[in-house]
Structure formats: structure tokens, C-alpha cells
Write a protein that binds this ligand. Structure first.
Ligand code: NDP
Length: 458
């Protein structure tokens, strides 16, 4: 895939970028390794100071940074500004808390003599490679870099090929914030150069957020090299509605969650599973509210849903919908790309989806809600679990016993009751099953790329 900025609202390629040569890549890896030798000895106070300075730059330059994201991947300008703001929040939160996450953790073994000191010390690993997707082009990267850099690692970013300007802007923000040279570098490279990087002894860990096939390849390569890896992959999150839910408010939440980020988030509510007692009414509300969304220019203030990021994603979504309809699924609204320029797909709802339709088991990465009916809680949970994915999920009920069963029985890395799935620095984030492994954010994020060294002194 060419490294280029192509405006999803118009289809116009605005700027193309050259990939690094092999020699340039070698120089960057060496620079990361060299930077690590001294960066690992910086104090938490120094790292926190640079993090806070980065947050201040993000806040001061939010409009410009957000415009780049909207230009390159089509999210609404309002959503892009909120994303940049969240990155500033992440920088400040880790500046405040990382030292606590990484403080020596004491142990008290029974056979230790009185004078013994036994503890875990968290030490940085070295250069960590981050392979990131375009859908939250800032947040996905900051979610990795805030904890990883606070822990004393250096970072090498291979961003998605369609967001090079955002990728370069992130490095620029960190350099201007004062992080020493080489601590965080953006590499404009294609994915064909990743294998050799994972094999490289100087690269001590790898994290990938993206599709399942990419995750399988990178995870296998990391395993072969016995390196720490984190995989945050796709999802087809269930959104379960029980009769005690406030239907109107819950339908608003379903639409918001399904269409967040123009329908291209790993944690969108993709499968709406509704108890049959309230299914007719909920389906009516869902279709009505999806149809009420305003689709258009992502820079316009009143736009709810902008274009999809690229023509390839649009074609793939269209094919999944057409093939599902051919297999017997019923289209309740939308269902074909909009005419005119740009990668626009309307808010759509599919129902009565048979198991052999692509929409049943595959992830639909665009604004198409999948509607399922369940005769009771058991069936709702069974449908939710009938997926190879297990990222997040939400359920809507006022019944505490139902909530408890949902929390225990839905096979996901995250489960929310009466709340849509979202990520925030204070709470761990990650999936189960084919949605990946490892956890980002909270203290998990800070400790992941460290050597948790057991120390016993007596
Ligand atoms: P891809 O997996 O195609 O791309 C993600 C990143 O991986 C890009 O930087 C890409 O580079 C790189 N990449 C692709 N193939 C390889 C490979 N074989 N080896 C090494 N690197 C590779 O994902 P999409 O762009 O299609 O993003 C959407 C997918 O990501 C969805 O499935 C979605 O659910 C998932 N996702 C998961 C999230 C989570 O947190 N769990 C969050 C966001 C998205 P290049 O662009 O150069 O191809």
C-alpha cells in the first residue's frame, strides 16, 4: 500500500511519501537503541515533565492536529478534536501515575530472614515497535506511547500507510515536548519491512492494533523470537437489550456506539441482540434513529457520519452486505454505497441474518448494525458468544441478577452494563478469543513492556 494522504471525502490524493530505505531504517533502529541506553536512566520526574509538555502542545494545536486526522481518514472534525484532547489527558494521567505503577512491589515469603528485602522491580525492555491502525490515528498511538515511554522504553512507530501526516505530527509533538532525540520515532515504511524488524535483536517488544490476519503474522513472528507482544485485533461486539432497559435511551446508545468513528471502531456495538419481548419496538427505534443521522462532509459541524476511510473498506463492506442479503438476511435500511464522490456509506441495518451469511460471523467495519432477536437471556448470551471475536460488549438491563450472569458468561475482554464500550487511560483495555491478548492502559499498560524482575536481598 502506497504511503499517502488521500482525502476520503473526495477521493483525491493530496500528498505521497517515500518509504524509508533499508539503510535509513537501520539508522533509526540504531538511534532508538542508542537513545535507550541513556533514556532508561532518566527519572520519572523528567519523563513526566516531557509528557505534560506534550499534552500542552496537543491542547494548543488541537485544531491543526484534528484537521490532519479528518483529512487523512475521514472522521468528523469534532471527533478528531475529542481524540486529540483524549491524548492530552492520557499524557497527563500517565505523568501523574506511572511512577506508582512501577514502584517496587514488596513480597513477604515465609522462609525469608528478618533482614530480607524481597520485591519486584520493573525495568524497561528497550526499543518497542508499535504497529498501529488509522481509525484512531492519534489515540491508538498515545495509548501505547504514554505508558511505554513512562516506563523508560523507546518507541518506534509504524503507522498505517494512509495516515503519514498524523504519524509525522506525533513524532514532532514529542520532539518539541523535549523527549531526547531517538526516544520516539515515526518510521514511514510498508508492512513488508516489519518481519525483519521483529527479528532484530535491538527491538525488544512489539504491539499491534489492527486486523486479525496482521495480528496473527506479527504475533507468530514475535513468538518465534521470544519477544513480548500485545495484540489488539478486531471485534464484533454484542449489544444486548433486555426488557427492563429504557428502550429509547438504549436505542440512542446503540446508534451512537454502532456509528462511532463512522462505524470503524473495533469496539463499535456491531451485533444488536434484543429480547423478543421488546424486539419489535427496539427495531423500529433503531431504524428510525439510524435514518435520522446526517451523513456528509466530516468538517461540517452538523455531520454525524463522515465517509469511510478508503475505497477498499467501502467495497469490502458492500460485498459483505450484498452477500448477506443473497444468503437471506433482510435489509431494513441503507445497504448500498452512496452516489457521488467520496467513500460514503449510509447508516444501515440488517436483520434475520442466517448463520451462513458473512454478517453473522465476520466483522463489519462500517456503519451497518446487525439485528438479532433472542427468546430469553440464555439465547442472548449464546448468540453473543457465537463469535470468534471477544473484544468488548455491553448489555442493557435494570435487573441485577441478569447483569451478573452477563458479566460472568459473555466471553469478552471487556463487559459494560448500561454503558457503551469505550477506552479511557484509567481502565485496562483488551480482548479475549481472536480479538487478541495482552492489556493496554491503566497499570497493565505501564507494566507490559517491562521486565518484572524478582529481587531478593538478604
Ligand atoms: P490492518 O491490520 O490492515 O492495519 C493495521 C496496521 O498493521 C497498519 O499499520 C498496517 O500497515 C499494518 N499491517 C498490515 N498487515 C501487516 C502485516 N502482515 N504485517 C505487519 N503489519 C501489517 O488493519 P486495518 O487498517 O484494516 O484496520 C482495521 C482493523 O483493525 C479492524 O479489523 C479493527 O477491528 C482492528 N482494530 C482493532 C482495534 C483494537 O484496539 N482491538 C482498534 C482499531 C482497529 P499498512 O497500513 O501499511 O498496511
Amino acid at each position: 500500500m502506497a504511503i499517502a494522504t488521500t482525502n476520503p471525502a473526495t477521493g483525491e490524493t493530496v500528498q505521497e511519501f517515500d518509504s524509508l530505505t533499508e539503510q535509513e531504517l537501520e539508522d533509526r533502529i540504531q538511534r532508538s537503541w542508542d537513545a535507550f541506553q541513556s533514556y532508561r536512566d532518566t527519572t520519572f520526574e523528567q519523563r513526566s515533565g516531557w509528557m505534560r509538555a506534550a499534552a500542552d502542545i496537543l491542547d494548543a494545536e488541537v485544531d491543526h492536529l484534528a484537521e490532519l486526522a479528518t483529512l487523512e481518514m475521514g472522521k468528523t472534525f469534532a471527533a478528531a478534536k475529542a481524540e486529540v484532547g483524549k491524548c492530552a489527558l492520557g499524557c497527563r494521567w500517565y505523568a501523574d501515575h506511572a511512577a506508582d505503577h512501577l514502584a517496587d512491589h514488596p513480597w513477604d515469603p515465609a522462609d525469608a530472614p528478618e533482614n530480607a528485602r524481597v520485591f519486584t522491580r520493573y525495568q524497561p525492555l528497550g526499543p518497542v515497535l508499535a504497529i498501529m491502525p488509522w481509525n484512531f490515528p492519534y489515540w491508538q498511538v498515545f495509548r501505547f506511547l504514554c505508558p511505554a515511554l513512562m516506563a523508560g522504553n523507546t518507541g518506534l512507530l509504524k503507522h498505517a500507510s494512509n495516515v503519514p501526516q498524523v504519524a509525522l505530527a506525533i513524532e514532532d509533538v514529542l520532539v518539541r515536548a523535549g523527549f531526547p532525540e531517538g526516544v520516539f520515532q515515526t518510521l514511514l515504511i510498508g508492512s513488508s519491512m516489519i518481519e525483519a524488524m521483529v527479528d532484530d535483536d535491538r527491538v525488544r517488544g512489539v504491539t499491534l492494533t489492527g486486523s486479525e490476519p496482521a495480528g496473527r503474522e506479527v504475533g507468530a513472528r514475535a513468538g518465534k523470537n521470544v519477544k513480548t507482544s500485545v495484540l489488539e485485533l478486531g471485534g464484533s461486539d454484542a449489544f444486548i437489550v433486555m426488557p427492563s432497559a429504557d428502550l429509547d435511551a438504549t436505542a440512542d446508545a446503540a446508534v451512537a456506539s454502532r456509528t462511532l468513528n463512522n462505524g470503524q471502531s473495533c469496539i463499535n456495538a456491531k451485533r444488536i441482540i434484543v429480547h423478543e419481548q421488546v424486539a419489535d419496538e427496539f427495531q423500529r427505534l433503531l431504524v428510525e434513529k439510524m435514518e435520522a443521522l446526517k451523513v456528509g462532509d466530516p468538517m461540517a459541524e452538523d455531520t454525524d457520519l463522515g465517509p469511510m476511510s478508503g475505497p477498499q473498506g467501502l467495497e469490502e463492506l458492500d460485498k459483505q452486505v450484498q452477500d448477506s442479503v443473497a444468503a437471506g438476511a433482510k435489509l431494513l435500511t441503507g445497504g448500498k454505497p452512496m452516489e457521488g464522490r467520496g467513500n460514503y456509506y449510509p447508516p444501515s441495518v440488517l436483520a434475520e441474518i442466517p448463520k451462513d451469511a458473512p454478517a453473522y460471523y465476520e466483522e463489519l467495519f462500517g456503519p451497518v448494525a446487525l439485528f438479532f432477536r433472542a427468546k430469553d437471556l440464555d439465547e442472548a448470551i449464546a448468540i453473543a458468544n457465537d463469535s470468534s471475536f471477544g473484544l468488548g460488549g455491553s448489555a442493557w438491563t435494570q435487573d441485577a441478577d441478569e447483569a451478573e450472569r452477563l458479566v460472568n458468561e459473555v466471553e469478552t475482554g471487556m463487559m459494560n452494563i448500561n454503558k457503551i464500550t469505550a477506552s479511557t487511560p484509567e481502565v485496562p483495555f483488551g480482548g479475549a478469543k481472536n480479538s487478541g491478548y495482552g492489556r493496554e492502559l491503566a497499570s497493565f499498560g505501564t507494566q507490559t513492556f517491562t521486565n518484572a524482575k524478582t529481587v531478593w536481598i538478604q
